[in-house]
Design a protein around this ligand. Structure first.
Ligand code: G3P
Length: 217
């Protein structure tokens, strides 16, 4: 399973690239706004730092403007994936850009029916938002299970990119279900390393080792 970083913060991205776990980056208009950066400059810089796909989202909601924005974003770098919302115009945009050879990430997916349409529209990635479904009392990971089953059943190439991830358990569940990608806010990637017994065990090893008076180097 690939791990993408859900961030438009260059410093954060640089820090987490050093972990060796970042296979790509996803951004959205909210993350670009939070970064305070110009979208074209930020996406170009992120693409130069990351080898894998970098999702850059269109801002328009009508087909013609989304196509123009998508083409402009796609020209920024070879590893740009154009992100479009799961609307009728968004899926038309997906079909056109995909036919032109551009990778497309269809975002704001909340049902398996939407995911089915995105796959049929040629999406490279579908982004179901699991945390936002959990927030309204629905079953975010249940949606992932449904989409993975449907895509496997028909051999769709569209990759399931689990988004709006809120916990390490979401990541483990996504991996268990066979999702292709999780996109993680940096704090969730950081949390994946953590267990109190790891910290406790390490403290005991350090203390016992100091008692030996030895040095490996
Ligand atoms: O990038 C899209 C998604 O991951 C947003 O997550 O936490 O704003 O629901 P969140």
């Amino acid at each position: 399973m690939k791990i993408f970083l859900d961030s438009a913060d260059i410093n954060e991205i640089k820090t987490y690239i050093n972990t060796g776990f970042v296979d790509g980056v996803t951004t959205n208009p909210s993350l670009i706004a939070k970064s305070g950066r110009n979208i074209l400059e930020a996406i170009s810089e992120i693409c130069s730092l990351v080898d894998g796909p970098v999702s850059a989202e269109v801002a328009a909601t009508d087909y013609e403007t989304m196509i123009a924005e998508g083409r402009k974003l796609a020209k920024l770098a070879d590893n740009v994936t154009v992100k479009v919302p799961l609307t009728e115009d968004g899926l038309r945009t997906c079909r056109t850009l995909s036919d032109e050879g551009t990778d497309v990430n269809v975002t704001l997916c909340f049902t398996a029916g939407q995911a089915l349409l995105a796959a049929k529209a040629g999406a490279t990635f579908i982004s179901p938002f699991v945390g936002r479904l959990d927030d309204i009392g629905q079953d975010g990971m249940g949606l992932i299970e449904e989409i993975v089953t449907i895509y496997d059943q028909y051999g769709f190439d569209t990759e399931v990119l689990v988004a709006s991830v809120r916990s390490s358990q979401h990541v483990v569940d996504a991996a268990t279900m066979g999702a292709d990608v999780v996109t993680l806010p940096p704090k969730i990637l950081g949390a994946l390393y953590k267990h109190p017994l790891t910290d406790k065990g390490l403290a005991a090893f350090i203390s016992d080792w100091e008692g030996t008076g030895q040095s490996i180097l």
